[in-house]
Design a protein around this ligand. Structure first.
Ligand code: IPD
Length: 319
């Protein structure tokens, strides 16, 4: 354990709270400028950039030898270099699409790795004022109160979060997906940012990555889980970090996503683990924060059952 780890954590916590004010103020404004990054569905606002700047400036001034892997810095051309040095893995606003559409499901995410091991995580939703945090070996907390995962072991008793990551729209052929898309378009036209199919059990948010392999993985897995396994239901939260937080709190039993980045999951991974949860690569291999895939669940039994049910999509690791 690094002798200054507590100081690192406390400093980050303070900066995250300050950054929360930036997000809250912008959320209350009528509109803020939206730009696109990798694709038309991959969004960034000036608030994402301002929050990342604030965090990196504050941490960098106090700890000049620390390194950063930040979503918007990488979008701006910075290389992902993951070394043994204390490294802050930052998503200034996870759930940018929610933020843009004024859905209060957003998280400022700050993870800390030392010696390439995740050591601490902070996820702050400044709109709902929920602050989640964890340090390895010390438990996971929401606004200072301990949180714990659920004890669900069977898929048929589980509620799962699942999202589509970021790909280009190419082959969206499955019937249910066509239904979802046309339903979504209608709802969006009506100004509603959520919708339900089949007894309001399915709420699907399509992320911005929708390539053929992703769609096959999603469609097949979805069919097995919802139709064959008859899970309690499926939720798409619109934020990878908050989806994992739902697992950490025991509200949802499992979560899986392909195509995510380290900054989407690093902070929440520590929180899930400290809340008693299980993290895996969706294939069942050990979890690797740089692998662009994540599966987490409240129990090992459920994690393995979920892993065995999925059609997997492959990604090149980002570091
Ligand atoms: C995105 C969200 C979304 C997930 C995407 C992420 P961002 O992060 O977490 O839920 O489906 O894979 O990229 O762009 O809002 O920080």
């Amino acid at each position: 354990v690094h002798p200054d780890e507590q100081l690192f954590f406390d400093t980050a916590l303070e900066l995250v709270k300050q950054a929360g004010r930036l997000v809250r103020d912008a959320f209350d404004q009528p509109s803020s400028a939206v730009q696109t990054k990798a694709s038309n569905t991959d969004l960034v606002t000036e608030t994402d950039q301002a929050v990342e700047k604030h965090l990196i400036k504050g941490l960098g001034e106090k700890f000049p030898d620390h390194k950063f892997i930040g979503e918007e810095s990488v979008a701006g051309g910075a290389k992902i270099e993951w070394t043994d040095a204390p490294t802050w893995i930052i998503d200034p606003i996870d759930g940018t699409t929610n933020f843009v559409h004024r859905i209060p499901m957003v998280g400022i995410c700050v993870g800390l790795s030392i010696g390439r091991q995740l050591r601490a995580g902070i996820v702050y939703n400044p709109i709902t004022r929920e602050l989640f945090s964890a340090q390895v070996g010390r438990g996971a907390f929401k606004n200072g109160f301990p949180i714990h995962v659920s004890n669900t072991k069977e898929l048929s008793k589980s509620l799962l979060c699942q999202s589509l990551g970021i790909h280009n729209v190419t082959a969206i052929g499955e019937k249910w997906l066509d239904m979802v898309m046309s339903n979504q378009r209608k709802q969006v036209q009506a100004g509603i940012r959520g919708y339900a199919l089949d007894d309001a059990l399915l709420v699907v948010q399509l992320g911005s990555h929708r390539g053929p392999e992703m769609m096959r993985s999603y469609n097949e897995s979805y069919n097995r889980l919802m139709v064959e396994q008859q899970i309690h239901g499926h939720r798409s939260i619109g934020s990878a970090a908050l989806s994992m937080i739902y697992v950490a709190q025991g509200c949802c039993d499992g979560y899986v996503e392909y195509g995510i980045h380290s900054w989407d999951v690093a902070a929440s991974a520590v929180i899930v683990a400290e809340a008693g949860g299980v993290l895996l690569d969706p294939t069942g291999a050990p979890f690797n924060v740089m692998s662009r895939k994540v599966l987490c669940a409240g129990t090992d039994e459920l994690a393995r059952a979920l892993s065995a049910t999925l059609t997997h999509a492959d990604y090149a690791p980002e570091a």
